[in-house]
Design a binder for this molecule. Sequence first.
Ligand code: XMP
Length: 325
Amino acid sequence: MESNVRPEMERITTQALAEKFIEEKIGELRAQIGSKKVLLALSGGVDSSVVAALLIKAVGQQLVCVHVNHGLLRKGEPEQVIEVFRNQMNANLVYVDAVDRFLNKLSGVAEPEKKRKIIGAEFIRVFEEEARKQDGIEFLAQGTIYPDILESDGVKAHHNVGGLPDDLKFELVEPLKFLFKDEVRVVGKALGLPDNMVYRQPFPGPGLGVRCLGAITRDRLEAVRESDAILREEFAKNGLEGKVWQYFTAVPDFRSVGVKDGKRTFAYPVIIRAVNTTDAMTATVENVPFDLLQHITARITSEVENVNRVMFDLTPKPCATIEWE
Ligand code: XMP
């Protein structure tokens, strides 16, 4: 059993150090994998993307990436995974459109922990089905990083692949397991991944399913996705991307009366959250310029269907959490 303690190593802070790490890892990965096949659940998050890019360099087509679109990803994410990995890096990528499947399973389920469990369990099932379609897989790659080992039992819980059945217990390949997040980003940059993939803000495993409060409906899910895209676009345009630690929108499961074009509306509110933190254990609220908030409000209420109000969450953590769930 390989040790789970980070060996003596220089912290990877520069491109040159990242390149040295990449070269060494490529050698190790080739030695470990040989001519066998490796399976990877590629969410498009930082860690799985860096693992994919590294393995593509090391073993090319022997890597089979499975991207499961569960319908709870942010706007443009599945498209970017296909563009970067299949089109640009020529990866062996299986894209699974499981949107209806997940949303049907989640239909009518309002309790946050139940929603998380359903999303996790369904993810394993979809991934298992894809694994069974592949011949000759002997390894399972995971984007485990050092904080995952320090904070849990070493299984990347939000990747949800810890629960594969016994006959699919492949040997693990975890090339980033001794790296901290900032080091993973430097390695990702050196591997040529786009900045918006490498410097992306934290995103929960159950994705927008967390931020679509109560029982998920397609109209509110679209309202979360579209309003989040507008918020991200405006933060990027106004110099807040990379400055604010995490920002997103949430949509509660109630409607209220509004008025548009002289007519009464009965629609959902959108809540904007923008926070700063170092460790996500406590967080303060970003002082977003009021005129920017008003501009974002105008865009969301005119461009996003089924929305007639926008709120800004002023609550630090504690006593709120960062997510709305
Ligand atoms: P809370 O809401 O507990 O969130 O204050 C703290 C941080 O954790 C992120 N988060 C997750 N990250 N898988 C993840 O990788 C998850 O299931 C998950 N749930 C919450 C949240 O976005 C925030 O940054």
